[in-house]
Design a protein around this ligand. Structure first.
Ligand code: CAA
Length: 391
């Protein structure tokens, strides 16, 4: 029998960028049939970071409303998950800790394993809460995905951050044991330290993801997890939203069911609304799927939701959560819609200029143009140090 840990997600908030590039603009530029983007991969637009936005400003913007609502008194750990890190040594979470004015008596750490790391952060947080139920853990997942211009991956770029407050007696979702785990050494997607844009073997990455779906499910069921039929919905990592449909089709087939498109729509249809307009937010993606589900679905109180977190390279985890009755009073639906709707559309030339942008590595004083209207900005790179400010 699955075991309810009586701990889980107390709050969930996401933030995204100042700018947005509609796929119609990309399609017009590269001559692609727009149906390939809208139907083939299930993407309509991508969030594009302003020159003065990065994973830190997005992470702080996602977490600030959580701190405003709950305070920081019980938070003793901040876990920052990302695969678009800004420093090889210092955790991006330390900048966020400073921007949010969190207490000095806090441990802060950055985690990395491609798009999977936020789920590792969630599981580590649950362990800490289990050890001391009075404590809460702030888990932030923040990423800006970047591929070479004019490559097949370009249409799957995006950016967002999610902040999750993990604690005992959660208001949104309790997390259960067991988890199903799967690790395989594959080179489907990676980014060497000297590169800005990820490298990817597109078709291999889809195959590796589907193998991880079957692998995690096998481990999950062998450890006594719920049968497929008991789940109300499934939140998948969504590098592009069509991937959620491919993944669930594969899970159904793995469990001996024929492909049934209506059943797939029931399982994942309400999880894609944010990811299809934000694009791939890597570590944040699977939790943006949860935000979309909770913000849109009829009352899910008491129902089980399945999660498949996949990080290329690869590590994956399948786990279940039980939605807490009364959760709807604690959602941030209006703020989430506003985060998506407030973005300013870019034309292709402006998008390309931002895509090509990088800081000189000479240690000089490099102020950034003031572009973001978000609550935090990266003001400069000065003497190799990132300088952030509240707006
Ligand atoms: N109308 C409708 N559909 C169309 C179409 C049209 N005119 N033209 C093409 N399509 C469909 C294709 O049939 C295909 O559908 P199926 O997959 O269902 O067969 C879909 O659009 C995509 O077409 P292609 O495979 O030809 O597209 P592509 O060569 O441009 O590559 C991709 C697609 C591999 C996903 C590429 O965008 C890519 O490399 N993305 C980055 C890697 C990635 O996201 N991998 C996902 C798994 S790895 C992971 O999840 C970790 C992570 O976050 C990166």
């Amino acid at each position: 029998m699955p075991r309810d840990l009586a701990a889980g997600m107390h709050d969930l908030s996401f933030a995204t960028t100042e700018f947005v590039l509609p796929h119609t603009v990309l399609a017009e530029h590269n001559g692609t049939d727009i149906a390939k983007y809208h139907v083939g991969i299930g993407q309509r637009s991508m969030s594009v970071a302003a020159a003065d936005e990065d994973i830190v400003t997005l992470g702080a913007a996602a977490a600030a409303p959580v701190i405003a609502r709950h305070g920081a008194d019980r938070i003793r750990t901040v876990v920052f998950a990302t695969e678009s890190s800004v420093d090889q040594a210092k955790s991006a979470g330390v900048y966020v800790h400073s921007l949010l004015g969190l207490p000095t008596a806090t441990r802060v750490v950055e985690l990395k394993q491609a798009c999977y790391a936020a789920t590792a952060g969630l599981q580590f947080a649950l362990g800490l809460v289990h050890r001391d139920p009075a404590q809460q853990v702030l888990v932030i997942a923040s990423d800006i995905s970047k591929y070479e211009a004019d490559s097949p991956g370009e249409a799957t770029q995006g950016a967002a951050a999610v902040a999750m407050l993990i604690g005992s007696d959660p208001a949104l979702m309790r997390v259960e044991e067991p988890s199903g785990l799967f690790t395989a050494d594959v080179m489907d997607f990676w980014r060497p330290n000297y590169r800005d844009a990820a490298l990817v073997d597109g078709q291999e990455s889809v195959t590796a993801y589907l193998q991880a779906v079957a692998g995690t499910w096998k481990d999950y069921t062998e450890r006594g997890g719920h049968p497929l039929e008991e789940f109300a919905a499934f939140c998948y990592h969504q590098p592009f939203t069509k991937m959620a449909r491919k993944a669930h089709r594969h899970l159904l087939n793995t469990c001996g069911y024929d492909t049934d498109e209506e059943r797939i729509t029931r399982a994942v249809g309400q999880t894609t609304a944010y990811n299809e307009v934000v694009g791939n937010s890597y570590t944040a993606s699977v939790y943006l799927a949860l935000a979309a589900l909770l913000d849109q679905a009829d009352d899910l109180g008491g129902r089980s939701v399945g999660f498949l977190s996949y990080g290329s390279g690869s590590v994956a985890e399948f786990f279940a959560g039980t939605v807490v009755p009364g959760y709807r009073e604690h959602l941030r639906t209006g703020a989430h819609r506003e985060a998506v709707d407030r973005r300013r559309p870019l034309d292709h030339a402006a998008y390309r200029a931002l895509h090509a942008r990088s800081f000189p590595a000479d240690g000089g004083d490099h102020p950034t143009p003031e572009q973001t209207t978000g609550p935090f900005r990266l003001a400069a790179l000065r003497g190799h140090k990132r300088v952030y400010e509240r707006r």
